[in-house]
Write a protein that binds this ligand. Structure first.
Ligand code: 3H9
Length: 701
């Protein structure tokens, strides 16, 4: 096997080549390899310059994230970078692919940086709840100025090579993609010009740009986006240290702040999600090399808000879509909504006029089922009614070409029953989009009992094509997301009856990190919709108080935001507490014998989330989701859970399953067995002092 880091020389140019697929992450072997090669270069009298270059698809993509949960092993990256920089002979970083995190930090330890035009550089540590802890927070502000460096580090967004060169993060943009030849020519040019090692740590920082109040203003400017997150504030502190302390002291400070990030629950959660989002693309019993069915043309049945949003996803990536509606007026309305959505995006400057026209030209309409006969994928997106869906699938069975994938955008219904309306259940699958379908990143893909493996593989691949994060689940009422969301809403509803103000429940959930509290979300989705779902649920809990206020307010025509009143009353989109709702809740509570109680904020969180976690444990034991981390991806992408919580199952692990079960015991005593009996898997793991993660790792091993 070739060395992970190797040293070679051609004439007076040495090459330090890293070859650690897939992304040249800075594992221990890479760090020591670089260190040894740098020492060899320094000692090599024939070598006048070295080029640090990577094999494979990319320059170093950062520290090896898999090592973060293990004890630290030396040489630690900052030491290696210091050694690179200390070299008395010049070292040039040759960048292709993505130089990210520790990768860019390593490149900034080099004396010069060149990049091919397609390369990108960035410091995305913030997305992992971390900061660039290998001197990145000290070097980048010296190279491109404090403000620009903060923007790069706080957003985590990579810069394209040209922008990086213009900003000063990269010194030289190569003419073409020929990395080795270009970097060699650049190194020779530097030598010819008598270039000396240029050490960023010795550069001064642009103090003038950092006036009084600069950092406070910066904090304010990111407050909304960074709400609840730990790392952005730490990054700002690092840059404050960069401008106010000598380099060495500031590096020490960076290290302290980095270790605080590393030890935070936020970083554990965000690192968990990094791997969770990659794991969910892998289906245990569907091999990665399963041949895919070609998807060149798509049909969407139903041009309502959901159908329109779904159609946009395909048009956005250049796939022609036929929208099928029942009459011309409905079709015109559907196409007008799509046009309006695109026009808004153009107005906001996020879509060019040409792209708008291209997208619109890809979407056509039809009133006849025959119009979808040549489509490779047909997504039904009519409202949630089994009889209607079965009728449509019967039609599709008649008109769709052989091998077409027939997908239902159902949020709760039995995909197997829908499949039975056709003579090709192997081609039928659920594609559960989340509203607004052109914006939300989650796609729950529901495999039926008979769904063919290549239909699953093609669906997962198509999800990626239309830039969705797909999670594969099995058939049960509400699938994974909604099934776990029901207990959350159930508890929020119960608390309403118990006399707890909805705005307080929502505030506590929001402070915990939810994009919106349960009552606000219920009003947004529509109480009538929730009520309909409850009524369709064959195994609805036998409890007259279950979601009583949803039913009551629906009866009163208070459907939520769309009718200007629901749990809240609305002035535009502004939700206002409504004394009338409090009165009705009290009246219903009296009728149902629900006592009025006081609860702590901690209880609100426990009841909302532990009920959800318990349902998750049932789902895992039943095999409805493949992994706890898949469930976490569903909630972060589809239900507004903050990334820094990592999802409900990760949150359970973080709290400790023992503590979850202990809290549930309290509520079981108060409310009885119906809702608060711990799922056998949850109890078993809690008793063993184990976690969902450990359970999952043992199963995958
Ligand atoms: C850091 O650098 C800290 C320092 O500041 C301080 C240290 C003291 N480590 O995404 P893909 C795996 S923090 C380990 O599917 P793509 C990934 O899990 C780091 N593994 O490919 C996957 O494995 P599998 C800062 C990693 O082409 C495989 O590689 N850097 C790492 O769509 C392919 O990945 C970052 O945050 C890693 N660093 O995208 C960059 N990176 O095949 C993180 C990837 O088994 N990485 N893997 O599922 C990325 O953003 C993308 O992976 C990248 C490629 C853009 C590079």
């Amino acid at each position: 096997m070739a060395d992970i880091v190797s040293y070679s020389r051609e004439g007076d140019i040495a090459y330090i080549t890293i070859d650690n697929p897939p992304v040249n992450a800075l594992s221990l072997a890479v760090r020591s390899g670089i260190q040894q090669c740098v020492r060899r270069f320094v000692a090599d009298a024939e070598a006048r310059a070295a080029i640090l270059i990577c094999a494979g698809r990319t320059f170093i993509a950062g520290a090896d994230i898999t090592e973060f949960d293990k004890p630290r092993q030396d040489p630690w990256l900052p030491e290696v970078i210091e050694e690179i920089e200390a070299s008395p002979k010049i070292i040039v970083a040759a960048i292709h692919g993505t130089a990210l995190g520790g990768g860019l930090e390593t490149a900034m330890g080099c004396h010069y940086r060149c990049a091919v035009p397609s390369a990108k550089v960035g410091l995305p540590e913030v997305a992992l709840g971390l900061l660039p802890g290998a001197t990145g927070t000290q070097r980048l502000p010296r190279l491109i100025g404090p403000q620009a460096a903060l923007d790069v580090m706080v957003s985590g967004k990579p810069m394209a090579a040209k922008a990086a060169r213009d900003a000063g993060a990269v010194d030289h943009l190569l003419d073409d993609e020929n990395l080795r030849a270009g970097a060699t020519a650049y190194a020779r040019k530097l030598l010819a010009a008598g270039a000396k090692p240029r050490r960023i740590s010795e550069m001064s920082i642009d103090q003038a740009s950092v006036g009084a109040g600069f950092f406070d203003d910066y904090r304010k400017s990111i407050a909304r986006e960074a709400r609840g997150y730990f790392a952005p504030g730490q990054i700002i502190k690092c840059v404050e240290a960069a401008v106010s302390l000598p380099y060495k002291d500031a590096v020490k400070r960076e290290n302290e702040l980095f270790l605080e990030c590393m030890a935070s629950s936020h970083s554990r959660a965000q690192r968990h999600l990094f791997f969770a989002e990659r794991a969910c693309a892998k289906v245990p019993d569907v091999p990665a090399d399963t041949p895919l069915r070609p998807v060149k043309k798509v049909a969407v049945i139903g041009g309502g808000t959901m159908g329109g949003g779904i159609a946009m996803n395909f048009a956005n990536v250049g796939i022609p879509v036929v929208l099928k509606e029942v009459n011309q007026a409905a079709l015109d309305r559907g196409l007008a909504i799509i046009r309006g959505n695109y026009e808004n995006t153009v107005k906001k400057g996020r879509l060019s006029q040409a792209d708008f026209e291209r997208c619109m030209s890809l979407i056509t309409g039809t009133l006849d089922y025959a119009g979808v006969g040549d489509c490779d994928l047909i997504v039904e997106a009519v409202f949630e009614n089994m009889a209607l869906k079965k009728e449509i699938f019967g039609e599709l069975d008649r008109v769709a070409k052989a091998g077409a994938i027939l997908a239902s955008n159902t949020s709760t219904l039995d995909v197997d029953e829908i499949a039975r309306a056709t003579r090709r259940p192997q081609d039928v699958i659920g594609w559960h989009f989340f509203a607004p379908a052109n914006v939300m990143t989650l796609l729950e893909i529901v495999r039926g009992a008979a769904t063919a493996k290549d239909v699953i593989a093609t669906s997962m691949a198509m999800a990626k094509t239309i830039r969705k994060t797909a999670v594969l689940v099995r058939v049960c009422f509400g699938f994974v997301g909604n099934r776990m969301f029901f207990p959350y809403v159930r508890e929020a509803q119960r608390m309403l009856l118990e006399g707890i103000a909805p705005e307080r429940i929502d505030r506590v959930a929001h402070d915990w990190g939810m994009a919106m509290g349960p009552h606000g979300v219920s009003d947004l989705s529509g109480l009538d919709v929730l009520d309909k779902v409850n009524n369709e649920w064959k195994q609805k809990p036998n409890d007259p108080a279950y979601c009583r206020m949803v039913a009551k307010l629906t009866e009163m025509g208070r459907y939520g935001q769309k009718t200007g009143a629901g749990i809240y009353k609305y002035e535009g989109r502004n939700a206002l507490p409504d004394a009338e709702v409090a009165r009705i809740a009290k009246e219903e509570a009296t009728r149902l014998g629900v006592p009025q109680i006081e609860v702590s904020d901690a209880e609100i969180i426990e009841r909302l989330f532990y009920s959800m976690i318990n349902e998750g444990a049932l789902i895992l034991a039943e095999g409805m989701a493949s992994r706890p981390s898949d469930i976490d991806v569903v909630f972060v992408h589809g239900y507004g859970l903050p990334r820094y919580r990592g999802g409900p199952m990760q949150y359970g692990d973080e709290v400790g399953l023992k503590n979850v079960v202990a809290a549930m015991a309290k509520y079981r005593q108060r409310y009885g067995d119906l809702y608060w009996t711990p799922a056998p898997l949850l109890k078993e793991l809690a008793d063993k002092g184990s976690s969902f993660r450990a359970w999952s790792e043992a199963r995958e091993a």
